[in-house]
Ligand binder design. Structure first.
Ligand code: NAG
Ligand code: NAG
Ligand code: NAG
Length: 407
């Protein structure tokens, strides 16, 4: 005998079934919803752990796709938050073009904007924002800057770094380079003006392109005005080598920081004035800080233990040289410094500290690459020439070499 259900119970059962159905539809929708809300993950950009000595200094992990934030593990401090392509240029760049990589702080926005207008080629820039209560205000200033110049949208990729650490210049440099979207990059300080049509000259100069594609670096000689006031407006700067040489002869322009010749004199300016083809730097020493174009792959990263002013760029260029990358000088192109006041107080202390660090770093780098060249059977190749020339001055180095190379 079938149990008789009263109409009341039937209504209740139907009601319960409806509630169940509605609930499961809602549940399904709820669990599907986030997939529509969040973008699909982008292909992984996690680099391999590289074993070459110059590339082991950095390490990227934990990319949180949904928020497009990635954690950059630096050798020095706690990890930093990096927002790659905070703004991304609409253009796709020719892989053979040169991406300018640089870093800027707030006081440099106007000068950066001029660089963008002047270069009209790919630029990858790191911007540091302090993780404090001014963060949003500072980000909105960045938006203003970006919107103020239409060339930004065409050419500039902006990567934002958010943390509490100031002046991690080498880490900022590495971020800008890591996300550069062409095969070559130029490490440039934002206050330097590229006076010539660099991109055109490079496209016409087969020898210079050969140097670059072989993995070597090419340098743009650096100059500055004798009177700081003459160097404020880049619109008045010479636009070719001939015009520059005339100003040098009139003593209006001089080589950059000529009070510290070791910073740039390996460029050999006397040869440059006469030269019409690319030539090799033969008097490299560890204070040399040229502005150079390099291949993105295979060039060592800048060591991120250098924080603050002094030696950070020199250390980077030292390791690059020791790794077997030669510097060559471009015959037509050059940069001129745009004057601005320096803040000397913070710089002095940091320079003192970094000078000590750099001494230790040189020793370490010499031994690190010596070991690497031995292990990879490159010790007897020309790749080790730069190391042999620079590192023999280090105490104990030659004895160590003898120990390990005499069979
Ligand atoms: C952010 O904004 C504040 C206040 O305007 C300013 O003092 C600070 O230097 C800015 N810079 C960074 C890197 O956050
Ligand atoms: C560069 O300057 C230093 C210091 O004045 C000097 O010792 C060195 O010989 C110079 N090098 C070249 C290539 O002129
Ligand atoms: C380098 O070459 C020299 C001379 O040809 C040889 O005696 C030495 O064993 C080689 N060293 C290495 C590490 O290959």
């Amino acid at each position: 005998m079938r149990p008789e259900l009263s109409p009341k119970v039937l209504v209740l059962l139907r009601y319960a079934a409806a509630v169940y159905l509605l609930g499961s539809v809602l549940f399904t929708l709820y669990s599907l919803f986030p997939q529509y809300k969040e973008p699909q993950p982008e292909p992984s950009i996690k680099p391999k752990r590289l074993t070459e000595p110059g590339q082991a200094t950095f390490d990227v992990e934990n990319i949180l796709y949904s928020q497009q934030i990635m954690t950059w593990k630096s050798k020095s401090f706690l990890p930093s938050k990096v927002l790659p392509y905070y703004f991304k240029a609409v253009r796709n760049f020719n892989p053979e073009s040169v991406t300018i990589t640089t870093l800027i702080t707030f006081d440099r926005y106007p000068i950066f904007s001029r660089l963008v207008t002047n270069y009209q080629g790919p630029i990858s820039v790191s911007i540091h924002i302090t993780d404090d209560e001014n963060k949003d205000e500072n980000l909105s200033k960045l938006h203003d800057m970006y919107n103020s110049n239409p060339y930004m949208k065409e050419f500039v990729d902006i990567h934002v770094i958010v943390d509490k650490f100031e002046r991690q210049f080498n880490m900022w440099r590495n971020v800008a380079r890591f996300f550069a979207r062409s095969n070559y990059f130029m490490m440039l300080d934002v206050d330097f003006h590229i006076c010539t049509d660099l991109q055109r000259h490079l496209s016409l100069d087969a020898k210079a392109r050969g140097v670059l594609s072989s993995g070597a670096a090419v340098v743009l000689p650096a100059f500055e005005y004798v009177k700081q006031d003459d160097g404020i407006d880049s619109a008045t700067f010479p636009k070719d080598k001939q015009a520059l040489i005339q100003l040098v002869q009139k003593k209006k322009i001089t080589t950059f920081h000529d009070f510290f010749p070791r910073g740039h004199n390996a460029t050999d300016y006397e040869q440059w004035y006469k030269s019409d083809s690319v030539y090799k730097v033969t008097t490299y020493q560890h204070s040399y800080e040229p502005y150079a174009i390099m291949r993105k792959e295979g060039t060592p990263w800048c060591d991120e233990r250098f924080i603050g002013y002094g030696a950070n760029k020199a250390a980077c260029l030292f390791e690059i040289y020791i790794s077997g990358i030669d510097y060559w000088v471009l015959p037509q192109d050059f940069v001129i410094h745009q004057s601005h006041p320096y803040k000397e107080e913070t710089r002095k202390q940091e320079r003192k500290y970094n000078r000590r660090l750099y001494q230790n770093f040189q020793e370490e780098t010499c031994f690190r690459y010596f070991k690497y060249f031995l292990e990879t059977s490159q010790w007897n190749t020309s790749k080790a020439d730069n190391l042999k020339e620079q590192c023999s001055q280090i105490r104990g180095f030659n004895q160590a070499v003898e120990q390990f190379t005499i069979s």
